[in-house]
Design a protein around this ligand. Structure first.
Ligand code: MG
Length: 404
């Protein structure tokens, strides 16, 4: 069995949903999704030379070969791993289909049939579309969606409370909000917060908690923006609200800051969405710097690497709560790992405001997420396909559509 062709397609959604398709000489194809990155499809075009002509069944070895190829240009982590991760997912889909087994079987089998999903609620309206360097953009679907929103109907904190109620009404029992949206002048990192800004954050959390009651889990994200002293004040302010976790509370460069924060507060901590491979997680895990780890399974280095991170974390009594901003196809791939690890907590869903989030998937009952859960399919491979008739309507201009 040999890999014959590796191609990509990009959908211009809230982010660039970037798909890799791998074809083999047995007539089977596999598909995987990568986390967006500048230059991503060009990287995949270069990387494909490493695997074309090789046997797709040796997934781990191929990933090592891709890693070694990337290391020649100096990369032992970073966005080349977004490319490698999508390739690995496509290989697992291809191999699963060829063997007639689901991806979860290749990852060790299931601990659960349903994967619990949390709704990322951003803040206020969650509608956004950004390019690969986070520049805002307004594709046609975005403009349509925007005209349907009631403009500024509510101010904070009522806007967040309303959005929380809507997510709970849609069936979610775990939500995440951004804490850092309304703090002014975020141009530089480590800008000290005023007491009023911290009080505003607390008032939003209080309003959301009141809206959803005590039975819904609530996580909060800081996006690495604040210095340690301020995050300690934030964490203390949030202690009465039963927070599931405080995410990316301090800048990402110094795991000692997480440990200091952990010792200073009763609020559980989470980080990991920008870390790559098990090596990126090792220090955090072995020092129990945080309580939840959030590898992004479209960039961390692969589903098999996610399995290794989860196994390592389990030895330190830590939970895995994967980050996910992918389309329904990428989220479903993440679900295969989430069902196959014992220490899974909850998986992110970041597509509430993309009107076609479900529709790019075929071969699965839609909506994919029902009552805040995904039922992991038993069909071979991923258990679903890209609905190209729909996805292609949103193809990113200037990118090929599974062409050479
Ligand atoms: Mg985050």
């Amino acid at each position: 069995m040999k890999i014959t062709r590796v191609t990509t397609a990009v959908v211009e959604a809230n982010y660039d949903w970037t798909y890799v398709r791998i074809e083999a000489d047995n007539g089977v194809t596999g598909i995987g999704e990568c986390f967006f990155a500048p230059g991503l499809t060009a990287m995949i075009r270069d990387l494909r030379n490493v695997i074309i002509g090789k046997d797709p069944r040796h997934v781990d070895r191929l990933v090592r070969q891709l890693q070694r190829a990337a290391s020649g240009a100096g990369s032992v982590s970073g966005i080349v791993y977004n490319a490698i991760t999508g390739i690995e997912a496509a290989l697992l889909d291809l191999v699963g289909k060829s063997l007639g087994v689901p991806i979860w079987q290749l990852l060790g089998g299931k601990f659960r049939d349903e994967v619990r999903i949390y709704a990322d609620c951003h803040a206020g309206t969650g509608l956004e579309s950004v390019g690969p360097t986070m520049e805002p953009r307004h594709p046609a679907w975005y403009r349509e969606a925007q005209t349907k929103l009631t403009p500024d109907a509510l101010e904070e904190p009522q806007a967040s409370a309303q959005r929380a109620r809507q997510a709970v009404a849609a069936g979610f029992d775990a939500l995440k909000f951004d804490l850092d949206v309304d703090t002014p002048s975020q141009e530089g990192q480590l800008r000290a917060l005023t007491s009023d800004e911290i009080r505003e954050m607390e008032s939003r959390v209080a309003a959301v908690r009141e809206a959803i009651g005590s039975g819904v889990d609530l996580a909060l994200d800081c996006h690495w923006r604040y210095p340690l002293a301020d995050v300690i004040r934030i964490a203390h302010a949030l202690e009465p609200y039963g927070i599931l976790w405080l995410e990316d509370a301090v800048p990402p460069f110094n795991s000692q800051s997480f440990r200091t924060l952990r010792e200073s507060s009763r609020v559980p901590l989470c980080t990991g969405e920008n870390l790559f491979t098990r090596h990126g997680f090792r220090d955090l895990i072995e020092t129990q710097a945080v309580h939840f780890l959030s590898p992004d399974l479209q960039k961390v280095g692969g589903l098999l690497e996610g399995r290794r991170i989860a196994d390592h974390a389990e030895m330190y009594d830590l939970l895995i709560a994967p980050h996910c901003i992918a389309s329904s196809l990428g989220l479903l791939a993440s679900c295969h790992l989430c069902c196959a690890i014992p220490n899974f907590a909850v998986l992110e869903f970041h597509g509430q405001d993309v009107p076609f989030w479900d529709d790019v998937l075929s071969g699965q009952p839609l909506p994919l997420i029902r009552n805040g859960r995904v039922t992991v399919p038993d069909a071979p491979g991923l258990g679903a396909e890209l609905n190209e008739a729909v996805a292609r309507q949103y193809a990113k201009p200037g990118e090929g559509w599974f062409s050479e």
